[in-house]
Write a protein that binds this ligand. Structure first.
Ligand SMILES: Nc1nc2c(c(=O)[nH]1)N[C@H]1C(S)=C(S)[C@@H](COP(=O)(O)OP(=O)(O)OC[C@H]3O[C@@H](n4cnc5c(=O)[nH]c(N)nc54)[C@H](O)[C@@H]3O)O[C@H]1N2
Ligand SMILES: Nc1nc2c(c(=O)[nH]1)N[C@H]1C(S)=C(S)[C@@H](COP(=O)(O)OP(=O)(O)OC[C@H]3O[C@@H](n4cnc5c(=O)[nH]c(N)nc54)[C@H](O)[C@@H]3O)O[C@H]1N2
Ligand code: SF4
Ligand SMILES: [Mo]
Length: 784
């Protein structure tokens, strides 16, 4: 079989039958391993990826590749990847079976729970890789539509939910997220992000490090606010080693300075802004002098940060995980955009801009009233956490399973997630998972979470799956569109993620025997029905069935993509604009199509009720007293708080099984400043015992002045020492689970996002085994 089927592909057809895997040659694959979405050129021999390099002709990534992308082949062919479904048998063992048996087991397991008629009895957990697969974008909405459960949990409440909430409140649309215009800005202020290791997030920027260097080269300024001197901070003109968790105070003080010194200039945005005076009032008391102790940043520096931002010809403010998974996550994310708006940098070139994806719904005419964004439309059953974006906080999942009563979660579906390691108190969650009547996981690995499932459904490996970035094309620094087909056809026994999700959905709908394609047909028919009824659509008044017949594509996924492209803002409108986009056109451009630099999109994208950017939304204003209380905080010299860190050669919890990506500096060590280490008697390389409210872990110490005093750092995604998993390489050097230090009670109340950065811990030397035994004996005098 040929690889991508594109002109650039030199794969030879050695055998026409699918599943023989004799493909040899090269192919193109968009990398799914982080948010940068680089184009890869892969080489293959006999159906196996033997190499991956950056695709120099890719219109967006221009040949950039990082060590993870270069290891695409190793990851793809990891021998620990599950190739067949697993079903728990009568003796409690997970055993390989065929697909029909596996789906029958799902129907049998979920049937009784669903038959109870309690919609909320089935919970769904969606993990991070759903934004890295086509299926993860296309099927979960339908699946949730069938289930109608309020028990939806996703990795967003361990990550970016504060941004969704603040954007929902500001712009009326939680998906309207502005990204820093990195290529054109004169000044970039980064808070709590380390794109040199992470390659960027909520900003799709292939070669983020190169573009930061380019910014410096053209005379732009880079400021990085981070308690650690990260690789990103090392590139900066100015590094502000803030006390963790206090960014909202710092930004509030910058807002205060802008008003106080008459530095606000909202520019062309002015007429579309409301609430400016209210923000001025809110910020009044947060002077640089008032916040400097709590932030541990001198008042003069805070004034300088504000003045530089206001003086720059263009400037962008960008915050990520370290500004989000914190106590004041929503306030911080709100303030990021408030600063952009007040300095006239929101929605203008060189500032923070809203991308326009090829599969976005076409823009509404200006003046169309919006519905606004509501929070807390319902609450979790046990702790009464408000929903945000139809999700409940992940930290509530365990108690919703273990607390008896009507509406208790009795079954769980996990799609591409590992909350046992990624969420607070994994041990508590594991105990809860054991109480479920039924659990099914869609995942290529048997890991800390999926080992609890009754059925594990492994998707075909990435080389055998087509790729289009529905999520990240909405967040790029430059509008573009790219699509790559499967480089290798899946074997007879392999099922793509799309088909698995479609069949899962049919099981839930009680139609296990229907063909998977029925799901896509139904979606297409509904969407086209809506489009022809919409007077602003290019297909208004046409016949939906004849439109459906015009769709091209090999399968349901491609037909849906074709439909979305053709109805999208650059689409051909089914002939209305013959030059416009369609799947066929995209396939004729295997390295993608550049759609130009970001363009201003306000006020047309606003969905607030007022039709303005609502700069001072009520829920945010109501959270400010909590921030005011934090003004009084002073930390004693002894207190330590913990922050996380990411390593370039890793990704959350699931890439520790690839030998090429392990070792070296990619280790699970406790970083601590030399002064703190000396005070606590901790030597480099010795073991430290770290204790938090949720538990205790022991990790090797790494003494380094890259972390500031009062702060220690442990990476997340480690702790691969549990029995019953099948990740042999990861288990060799398991590391410890930092999230076991948390008990799940700390969260940002507006967004339900767990506090994973800046929480208190105690650190002490771990007693060596022998002396620990001696100490225990000494404490029990009668023991002998
Ligand atoms: N302490 C601390 N905790 C954190 C963070 C932190 O910074 N500090 N970061 C948080 C963040 S930002 C996030 S996004 C979450 C992530 O939280 P999760 O999404 O729960 O965790 P991941 O480790 O990304 O797990 C991904 C799962 O998907 C599987 N997988 C990989 N590829 C595919 C695929 O193509 N299809 C399917 N079906 N499955 C696949 C993997 O085997 C793994 O089981 O973790 C959060 N946890
Ligand atoms: N190599 C690699 N790349 C990844 C991932 C990965 O695990 N590894 N994960 C992917 C995912 S799911 C995501 S969401 C993105 C995340 O992308 P980033 O947000 O860029 O990644 P982090 O390294 O978590 O950066 C957070 C930074 O915040 C700092 N920090 C902690 N607390 C505070 C605070 O209170 N204030 C401030 N100002 N800073 C603070 C930390 O020291 C850290 O440097 O990366 C993605 N890309
Ligand atoms: S930067 Fe991200 S998308 Fe690019 S090659 Fe590396 S992992 Fe893949
Ligand atoms: Mo994330």
């Amino acid at each position: 079989m040929t690889a991508t089927g594109t002109p650039e592909t030199s794969a030879e057809a050695t055998d026409a039958a699918a599943g023989t895997h004799e493909e040899t040659g090269t192919g193109l694959r968009i990398c799914p391993l982080c948010e940068a979405t680089c184009g890869l050129t892969v080489t293959l021999e006999n159906g196996h990826i033997t190499g991956a390099r950056g695709d120099r002709d890719d219109v967006f990534s221009h040949g950039f590749v990082c060590p993870k992308g270069a290891s695409f082949g190793e990851l793809d062919s990891d021998p620990d990847r599950l190739t067949r479904p697993l079903v728990r048998d009568g003796s409690g063992e997970l055993r390989e079976t065929g697909w029909d048996e596996a789906f029958a087991a799902v129907a049998a397991g979920l049937g009784p729970v669903l038959a109870g008629g309690e919609a909320d009895a089935v919970a769904v957990y969606l993990g991070n890789p759903n934004v890295h697969t086509m299926a993860g974008a296309l099927y979960p909405p339908q699946l949730l539509g069938v289930l109608r459960t309020r028990n939806l949990y996703t990795a967003s409440t361990l990550d970016q939910m504060p941004k969704h909430v603040s954007c929902g409140l500001l712009y009326g649309d939680p998906q309207a997220i502005p990204v820093p215009d990195v290529d054109r800005t004169d000044h970039l202020l980064i808070l709590g992000a380390n794109p040199v290791e992470s390659n960027g997030s909520l900003a799709t920027v292939p070669d983020f490090p190169g573009r930061l260097k380019q910014l410096r080269r053209r005379g732009g300024r880079l400021t990085v606010v981070d308690p650690r001197r990260t690789r990103t901070a090392k590139l900066a003109d100015r590094h502000v080693p803030i006390r963790p968790g206090s960014d909202a105070l710092l930004l509030m003080a910058m807002v205060q300075v802008l008003f106080d010194e008459g530095l606000t200039d909202t520019g062309e945005l002015g007429p579309h802004l409301s609430g400016v005076d209210e923000v001025r009032e809110l910020a009044r008391e947060f002077t640089p002098e008032a916040v400097e102790d709590a932030c541990d940043v001198p008042a003069d520096d805070i004034r300088a940060l504000a003045r530089e931002l206001a003086a720059a010809p263009s400037a962008a403010v960008y915050g990520r995980v370290g500004s989000s998974t914190v106590e004041f996550g929503t306030l911080t994310n709100w303030l990021v955009d408030v600063l952009s708006a007040l300095t006239g940098n929101l929605d203008r070139p060189g500032g923070s801009m809203f991308p326009l994806s090829a599969t976005a719904r076409p823009p509404r005419p200006a003046g169309t009233p919006g519905k606004g964004f509501a929070l807390g439309r319902w609450h979790s059953r046990v702790a009464s956490h408000p929903e945000a974006k139809s999700e409940l906080p992940v930290v509530a999942l365990a108690e919703e399973i273990t607390t008896p009563g009507e509406g208790r979660v009795r079954a769980l579906i996990t799609l591409a997630g590992n909350p046992v390691l990624s969420a607070p108190d994994g041990e508590g969650l594991e105990k809860a998972l054991a109480e479920l009547d039924f659990m099914v996981s869609l995942d290529p690995y048997l890991n800390e979470t999926t080992r609890h499932a009754d059925v594990v459904l492994p998707p075909a490996r990435p080389s055998r799956t087509a790729h289009f970035d529905f999520a990240f094309n909405a967040l790029p620094v430059r509008n573009q569109v790219r699509y790559t087909r499967a480089v290798v056809q899946p074997g007879k026994d392999e099922l793509g993620e799309a088909e698995i999700m479609a069949r899962l959905l049919l099981c839930l709908a009680g139609k296990a025997d229907a063909p998977a394609a029925a799901v896509d047909d139904a979606v297409i028919s509904r969407a086209l029905g809506r489009a022809v009824a919409d007077q602003h659509s290019p297909v208004h008044g046409e016949d939906p069935e004849s439109l459906a017949q015009q769709l091209t594509g090999r399968d349901g996924v491609e037909r849906r993509l074709d439909m979305m492209l053709r109805l999208g803002p650059y689409g051909d409108g089914f002939g209305a604009d013959p030059e416009g986009l369609s799947l066929d056109k995209l396939l004729a451009h295997p390295h993608g199509i550049d759609l130009g630099p970001l363009r201003p999109r306000l006020p047309e994208l606003l969905r607030t009720r007022s039709g303005t950017v609502e700069l001072c939304p009520e829920p945010v204003r109501a959270d400010v007293p909590r921030l005011r209380a934090a003004l009084q905080r002073r930390t004693s010299g002894e207190a330590l708080v913990l922050v996380g860190r990411r390593h370039l050669r890793s990704n959350n919890s699931w890439m520790h099984n690839v030998p090429a990506l392990r070792g070296g500096t990619n280790r699970c060590t406790l970083q601590i400043h030399p002064e703190d280490a000396a005070r606590l008697g901790l030597a480099d390389g010795a073991d430290a015992r770290v204790t938090g409210d949720g538990g205790e872990v022991t990790a090797p110490v790494e003494v380094t002045d890259a972390v500031r005093t009062g702060v220690v750092s442990l990476p997340h995604g480690w702790g691969h020492d549990r029995p019953g998993t099948r990740m042999r390489v990861a288990a060799d050097d398991p590391g410890v689970n930092v999230n076991q230090l948390l008990d799940g009670t700390l969260l940002d109340p507006l967004s339900g996002t767990a506090v994973l950065n800046g929480f208190p811990v105690r650190v002490a030397p771990a007693a060596p085994a022998a002396s620990a035994a001696a100490a225990a004996t000494a404490a029990v005098p009668d023991a002998g």
